[in-house]
Design a protein around this ligand. Structure first.
Ligand code: GDP
Ligand code: IMO
Ligand code: MG
Length: 518
């Protein structure tokens, strides 16, 4: 197998351990540099070196599917950037755990950029469970400032409750939570309308979380919404007028909707001072932090296949949980982005309705039952059982194309332990023909025939493994096969729910590893 060894020294990393006889001995993906360095037996000619760089770049681009390698460009203390954790499937992949883990390793700012309290991120630290819906999971890092960006929709009562529970749990967050003055407000009426709209669809319901997400984003797009910044004392008249108009327009569409306007206005007037304490121009704040060399981590909410543009529309959420939301939901330039970490479960789950090509039945003792039961697949926000299925490679490739993942976090690999065999959905066929892209038409997606690859399972408990080599051979083979099929390096491997239950392969190993070579 082709392996490399790495020096961490900035700008002078050398690769060792070559295939015998080759002039170029290896590749290095360091976090400090955009272009891979190389080591040559013949480095006398600058031109020769440049040619080798060019050849190697071509080789790497080929390995990752013809796209730019994006290298290992995550932020470091010396070269800070904005790193991003995103959901690659239909949510609940374990984004919160990675954010918690990464932010405890030295991020200064942790931000949410899209969605609202439809997100549910569970973190387990030393056996203690925390559930976050609006707050970034980085709040558990006492040195991180948490930013709720302009792209998030905020239900103030839920937000304040979440802060109160944190206080009750002994987490000191005061002065560390900032709320964008441009973030839109989710009112109780949005949540009621969410429930009414979905119920009105009958058997075609979307199965939303009923947290008011769709209606709140609709108000934003209709330009009738209210923002956090409207809760300032000197604009109270404006808040009141706009709120009354908002109620009026919703009552026209939903005549049975009941809103106690005076009670609502009194509530917002009462909590306004608490909100004002956290309200800032987060665009200015975040960019200033970046300019001062601070490390920023974005915690994606929801997931790519729930994206309003790219997901399985209309069975999606009402925002863009893919990479674009970092720009529009935080107000930063794409030039500032660093590592883009796709979080993907070693299998697949979905809460709510909509097509699910690799879905499994869940009768007792079936693989589907195993995944749901061992994986404890119940929604963090709604408690609904999650639908389960095998890992869907065409979907992952689509997700990787859209987001440009620089590495993957493959979670819940431990849940596969005990299965006789493990399957991977490797291609879609429709009416006998292979599809080479994700179909937009849901009827097509519902009717695709999935081709599976079957790999041997493993029985050994992997929860205490902390290096790749400690994993059972069949488990290693599964992971390398997933990596090979998706074409993105798998850096983190989840082996249990606790913060510490993870294998970090680090940066700089070779994507060309494949099961056949190991
Ligand atoms: P998120 O919405 O993407 O943050 O994910 P959720 O928190 O909704 O769901 C993921 C669930 O899996 C949580 O209960 C996590 O504690 C748990 N979890 C995360 N990573 C692992 C892992 O590697 N193994 C196991 N067994 N559980 C994990
Ligand atoms: P995290 O961040 C799983 C799903 C809902 C529903 C659809 C639309 O925890 O991964 P919405 O209330 O957003 O209008 O519901 O989207 N959904 C999620 N499913 N995890 C999430 O977030 C989700 N956020 C939304 O179940 O099918
Ligand atoms: Mg979740």
């Amino acid at each position: 197998m082709f392996r490399t060894a790495f020096s961490k020294s900035r700008g002078a990393a050398w690769a060792l351990g070559a295939t015998a006889g080759s002039a170029v001995t290896g590749w290095i993906w360091t976090s400090q540099q955009e272009t891979p360095a190389f080591c040559s037996n013949d480095n006398s000619s600058v031109l020769g070196m440049l040619q080798q760089v060019s050849q190697r770049l071509e080789h790497l681009e080929h390995l990752v599917g013809g796209k730019s390698i994006a290298s290992q460009r995550s932020s470091t203390k010396d070269s800070p950037r904005i790193d991003i954790v995103l959901g690659a499937q239909w949510g609940d992949e374990g984004k919160g755990k990675l954010v918690d883990m990464l932010s405890s390793g030295g991020y200064d700012v942790c931000a949410r950029v899209a969605g609202g309290s439809n997100a549910g991120h569970t973190i387990v630290v030393e056996g203690k469970k925390y559930k976050f819906h609006l707050l970034p999971s980085g709040v558990l890092n006492p040195n991180a400032v948490c930013v709720i960006g302009n792209g998030v929709v905020v239900h103030i009562p839920s937000f304040l409750n979440e802060l109160d529970s944190l206080t009750a749990a002994g987490v000191d967050w005061k002065g560390r939570v900032l709320l964008s003055d441009r973030a839109h407000l989710v009112f109780d009426l949005h949540q009621e309308v969410d429930g009414m709209s979905d119920a009105g669809l009958g058997r075609h319901k979307l199965g939303t979380t009923k947290k008011g997400i769709g209606p709140a984003y609709a108000s934003k797009i209709n330009r009738t919404g209210l923002r956090v910044g409207d809760l300032q004392d000197d604009s109270w008249d404006n808040f009141e007028r706009r709120f009354r108009n908002l109620v009026e327009s919703h009552k026209q569409a939903f005549p049975s909707l009941e809103v106690d306007i005076d009670e609502q206005l009194a509530y917002y007037k009462a909590v306004a001072p608490r909100v004002q304490e956290m309200m800032v121009d987060t665009i200015q704040y975040t960019n200033q932090q970046y300019d001062q060399g601070k490390r920023i981590l974005v915690e994606g909410a929801n997931a790519t296949m729930l994206d309003i543009d790219f997901g399985t529309y209309p069975f999606v959420t009402s925002s863009n949980p893919s990479v674009g939301s970092v720009l529009t939901g935080l107000g930063v330039s794409p030039r500032k982005l660093g590592g883009i970490y796709g979080t993907v479960k070693a299998y697949c789950t979905r809460v709510g309705e909509g097509p699910f090509p690799t879905e499994l039945p869940v009768e007792k003792n079936s693989p589907g039952f195993h995944l749901g039961h061992v994986g404890a697949e119940y929604g963090t926000t709604t408690g609904r059982p999650r639908r389960v299925g095998w890992l869907d490679i065409p979907q992952m490739k689509y997700s990787a194309t859209l987001n440009g993942f620089t590495s993957l976090n493959l979670t819940k690999v431990d849940v596969l332990t005990g299965l006789e065999t493990v399957k991977l959905g490797v291609s879609y066929k429709y009416k006998g023909k292979y599809l080479d892209s994700m179909p937009a038409n849901l009827k097509v997606l519902e009717d695709v025939e999935v081709e599976f690859e079957e790999l041997p399972g493993w029985k050994e408990d992997i929860s205490s493994c902390r290096t790749f080599e400690e994993l059972p051979m069949n488990c290693q083979t599964y992971i390398l096969r997933v990596q090979e099929l998706i074409g993105v390096p798998i850096r983190w491997i989840g082996v249990g729910p606790n913060r510490a239950d993870v294998i970090d392969r680090g940066v700089g190993w070779d994507l060309s590893e494949s099961p056949s070579q190991s």
